[in-house]
Ligand binder design. Structure first.
Ligand code: NAG
Ligand code: NAG
Ligand code: NAG
Ligand code: NAG
Ligand code: NAG
Ligand code: NAG
Length: 934
């Protein structure tokens, strides 16, 4: 019967009839015979329940007296009563502030171990989702083992002989981070699999992962994001995926070349995500076989060379993301032929030339992201006329000129804009964009006039990011209302602005704001209803006292008022900041004692009050969470309290340049954090989720290491007690700190010998014991400190021969002022050497040769360390429910190694799905490493 021959109203009636009949019969069936759960299936499920640990009773409804089709997470076929679905993902919530290194609370999730193969004996199971739980291991080895695993088959039948036993279409074990899968040999047996997600599970040990997954003939979607995969597939030139549509291999450890097989795929792949790996190569010169691609994401790699022309022939492409690579040359004109293109993201490459005119054909374009390239030429309204659907636009290159008609009204309403290097005036069409969620303007010396209009416009934009501009405006009468206010290095003047209760992050770092902080903190009408967690007004000209208005700002997690002219005492009311984790007040003119009330800041992680006029004794009441205390360059006096040794997490102890006296306490071994040099615990900062703004803030701290005060985003193990009046000998305890990286005891009155045990401090990079009264010989064990880059033992009473090998990282200046020392690098020849070396009067040359060898060696090391510290990033990301594209805009890095702390942050990349804090950790760590290597 051909339905088309009926008039349409009859068609409708027929359809309605059909539907009613179907509904009636199914309702009748269910009334007449209610199916019950198959007993074998029930037993298998009970077996699973007994295997796993279920702390929150997720499986409490799994009881024999209840029909297993009604258990939590199960679903049965309603005619056969066989279990077809098992849906038991764990839901985790980020709390509003979590320290880096902490994780989502998974204490309510399923944990323990289970046997996957045994679960797959549920013969009709087609859907299995156990994602985001906390399983520690799964077992899957049994399939080759001849045990009785198959229904209806004699004991001893191997699993793969169970016929087409698996009906599984959907398998999701993602984000069970502790699961390690050594091999995927069991995967091909799941021959019906269409969807496989093992993201966040460690499968890096499986060399043949690709072979295994290509043997799944029905596979449509494969997600192996963040699985620590390496490109160790030996000789696989092509991959025989027959039906794959989505391939997500982002955030792995692929290195070197873009895998050949990707572009030889014979399937109709539509989504390909290889973002955030370490792929160094060019894109192939010839058109790949896969023409059906709709999403091509290759961002965050080391891809180089030109963007190939053939991309223009991928006519179905909707999303092309090549950002954060090293592509060079012009943007190919051919991209204008991809008429279906919706997202074109080429940000942060080295592309040159002009914006191709062919782009006017891209009428469906919603996101055009080209910032941070070396484009040239003029961009005017003529380039943007055809983009009536555009909602995100980024364009910023030093030599690119914007020339917009001041009267132009664009055909689009943007949600996000990023512009930079604007000369003259701001493009006036900006003010026509009334739905903006995100505005970024950087590196512009244009006038932001009329400023009052600009700040009113800006107050309606939730995410405001203006960095390195010459705004030059007086902020006294401005009301800031954005959730994110990031106004760094804009030469803002006048007294502080006011903020509304909306503001979560306020960063006014490095401007010329002056006057008291009270207009912002005390004249605030909001009182307790505010959401501010991050307050950074460092590097301004603020003066006056710290005020007593802190009671109203209990949400604060991070305060930075460093490098201003603040005077008076640290007020007691700061003790009411119970959420405070980071307090930076360094380089002001504060006086008095550190108030005891700060004891109430139970989460305090870093306290930096260096370079002030503070006095009194060292606070001995700090809480266990403290990882860094900087009291440098003040007038603290008295002895070092032994309570310091109870701070087990302490990594940075900087009490230098005070008036401390007495001996160094003999309990430092109790500071357990200094026993290790694990990189993982050294980054400090926090994730937050407040008032709709989610983010990650990485905190840097300045540390004096190797004589320079530098900014680090990773804490080191540092003890600096230099320039005090400490006396007596160095307690042997200090040599138990086997993770110590920098030790400075110089300019004190310390006595006794340097213990042979100093050789225990293997990670030591910097050692300064100069200007004390150390006596005796330099211990031979010091020559085993291979990482020492700076060593200073000068001006002591040391004697004897300088041990061979300690020349590493030292010059003769490291030893001068010890009249009884001899041997290289000093010119004074030791008496014993003088006798034996008569034949070679030019003994110094030999020494010099050796010294050169060592200094090269050291430079090699030094370089490694420097790059390790170079990478710097702070971060903010927004909820994925926001439009994805904001994330792109803020996705930039500030590599630096400079002598002041500079705030920076980052927002998640497009398409990055945030599953939990640990997923983010992986994500950012990866980014961090890449930047370090780059
Ligand atoms: C049986 O399953 C079908 C499809 O899965 C569903 O639409 C129907 O409502 C179910 N009937 C009963 C009685 O659960
Ligand atoms: C069978 O299983 C045991 C442990 O369950 C394992 O040690 C053994 O290697 C397996 N056999 C094969 C052939 O893999
Ligand atoms: C790819 O797989 C199909 C079906 O499994 C098979 O017929 C074909 O020969 C394979 N192609 C290659 C090149 O291995
Ligand atoms: C600030 O912007 C100017 C252009 O106005 C640029 O030349 C300079 O490099 C920028 N400085 C930084 C630190 O980015
Ligand atoms: C601090 O105040 C002194 C004197 O009042 C002034 O000379 C100095 O420039 C000020 N410093 C800053 C950073 O504003
Ligand atoms: C150091 O630790 C030891 C053993 O844990 C303990 O007995 C001692 O009291 C601690 N010392 C200090 C000063 O905390």
């Amino acid at each position: 019967m051909n339905m088309d021959t009926f008039p349409s109203n009859i068609k409708l009636v027929l359809l309605w009839l059909l539907c009613s009949i179907m509904m009636f019969t199914s309702a009748m069936c269910s009334n007449l015979k209610k199916v019950h759960c198959n007993e074998k299936d029930m037993n298998r499920l009970l077996h699973f329940k007994h295997e796993v640990i279920d702390p929150s009773g997720m499986l409490s409804s799994w009881l024999t007296e209840r029909d297993c089709c009604e258990w939590t997470g199960t679903m049965c076929d309603n005619t056969t009563g066989r279990v077809t679905q098992l849906h038991l993902p764990c839901h985790t919530n980020h709390s509003s502030v979590i320290a880096l290194g902490e994780m989502d609370d998974k204490s309510h999730c399923l944990t323990g171990e289970f046997n996957l193969i045994s679960l797959l004996q549920l013969r009709f199971l087609s859907y299995l989702n156990l994602s985001n739980n906390d399983f520690k291991a799964i077992h899957y080895e049994d399939y080759v083992n001849t045990t009785n695993k198959c229904d209806n088959l004699p004991r001893g039948t191997p699993y793969h002989m169970c016929g087409n036993s698996s009906n599984l279409h959907y398998l999701d074990l993602s984000y069970n981070y502790d699961i390690v899968i050594d091999n995927l040999l069991w995967i091909p047996h799941l021959s019906s699999l269409q969807y496989l997600n093992l993201s966040g599970v460690h499968i890096g040990k499986e060399v043949n992962w690709l072979q295994s997954v290509t043997m799944l003939p029905s596979l449509l979607e494969l997600n192996l994001e963040g699985c620590q995969l390496e490109n160790n597939y030996p000789s696989l030139d092509y991959a025989n995926f027959t039906s794959l549509q989505v391939l997500n291999l982002a955030n792995n450890d692929f290195t070197h070349e873009l895998p050949n097989w990707l572009f030889n795929l014979s399937c109709d792949i539509t989504h390909l995500d290889l973002g955030q790996n370490n792929i160094h190569s060019q894109l192939p010169k010839t058109l790949p076989k896969v023409r059906s691609l709709r999403f091509l994401i290759l961002s965050h790699n080391y891809l180089k060379g030109p963007i190939p022309d053939w991309l223009g022939q991928l006519e179905h492409l909707q999303r092309l993301v090549l950002s954060k690579n090293f592509f060079s040359g012009p943007i190919p004109t051919s991209l204008g032929n991809i008429s279906s293109l919706v997202v074109l993201d080429l940000e942060t490459n080295d592309l040159s030339g002009i914006l191709p005119n062919s782009f006017e054909k891209l009428i469906h374009l919603e996101q055009l992201l080209l910032a941070d390239n070396s484009l040239t030429g003029i961009v005017s309204e003529r380039n943007l006329l055809s983009f009536s659907n555009l909602n995100h636009f980024s364009m910023k290159s030093p030599d690119l000129i914007f020339d917009f008609d001041p009267k132009w009204v664009p055909p689009f309403q943007l949600k996000g804009i990023l512009l930079g290097f604007i000369r003259d005036k701001l493009p006036l069409w900006l003010f026509t964009q009334t739905y903006l969620n995100y505005l970024e303007i950087t590196d512009s010396n244009s006038s932001f006039e009329p400023l009052d209009k600009f700040w009113i416009f800006a107050a309606n934009i939730p995410f405001l990011y203006l960095v390195n501009n010459t705004i030059n405006g007086d902020m006294s009468n401005v009301l800031l209302n954005s959730k994110l206010v990031w106004l760094v290095s804009n030469n803002l003047k006048g007294s502080l602005p006011q903020i509304s209760a909306e503001v979560v992050v306020l960063c006014l770092y490095n401007n010329s704001l002056s006057g008291s902080i009270s207009p912002l903190l005390c004249h605030n009408m909001i009182e307790n209803k505010n959401n501010l967690i991050h307050l950074d007004m460092g590097y301004n000209h603020l003066s006056g006292e710290l005020t007593n208005c802190w009671n109203d700002w209990k949400s604060l997690v991070h305060i930075d008022l460093g490098y201003n002219n603040l005077t008076g005492k640290i007020p007691d009311s700061m003790g009411s900041l119970s959420n405070l984790r980071f307090l930076f007040l360094e380089s002001n003119k504060l006086s008095g004692e550190v108030p005891f009330s700060l004891k109430n800041c139970k989460n305090l992680c870093v306290l930096d009050v260096g370079h002030n006029n503070l006095s009194g004794v060292i606070p001995s009441w700090l809480g266990q969470s403290v990882k860094g205390i900087k009291l440098r360059s003040n007038q603290f006096s008295g002895s070092i309290p032994t309570e310091i040794c109870q701070l087990h997490s302490l990594m940075v102890m900087d009490f230098a340049s005070n008036s401390l006296s007495g001996p160094i306490p003999n309990c430092f071994r109790n500071i357990t954090a200094m026993h290790f040099d694990y990189a993982s615990t050294r980054k400090v900062g926090f994730f937050f989720n407040v008032n709709g703004l989610q983010g990650r803030m990485d905190i840097s701290i300045t540390m004096v290491i190797k004589g320079n005060e530098l900014e680090y985003f990773s804490l080191m193990n540092v003890i600096d007690l230099s320039s005090n009046n400490l006396s007596a000998s160095v307690p042997s305890d200090i040599y138990k700190l086997t993770g110590l990286q920098s030790l400075n005891l110089s300019h004190n009155h310390l006595t006794g010998s340097i213990s042979e045990e100093i050789g225990n401090l293997k990670p030591l990079e910097s050692l300064d014991l100069s200007r004390n009264h150390f006596s005796g010989e330099i211990p031979q064990s010091m020559s085993t400190l291979h990482y020492v880059g700076v060593m200073n033992l000068s001006f002591n009473d040391l004697m004897g021969k300088i041990p061979f090998g300690t020349q590493l990282g030292s010059t003769n200046l490291s030893y001068i002022g010890n009249p009884d020392l001899c041997g290289p690098p000093l010119t004074k020849i030791c008496p014993q050497d003088d006798k034996s070396n008569h034949t070679k009067p030019a003994g110094e040359d030999v020494a010099d040769d050796k010294y050169q060898v060592y200094s090269c060696f050291y430079m090699g090391l030094g370089f490694g360390f420097a790059t390790g510290f170079l990478a710097v990033l702070g971060a903010i990301f927004f909820n994925t429910t926001c439009h994805n594209a904001y994330f792109r805009f803020l996705f930039r890095l500030y590599p630096m190694l400079i002598n002041k702390r500079t705030p920076s942050f980052e927002i998640l990349d497009t398409g990055t799905v945030v599953h939990d804090v640990r997923a983010l950790e992986t994500y950012f760590t990866q980014r961090f490493l890449q930047e370090a290597q780059g």
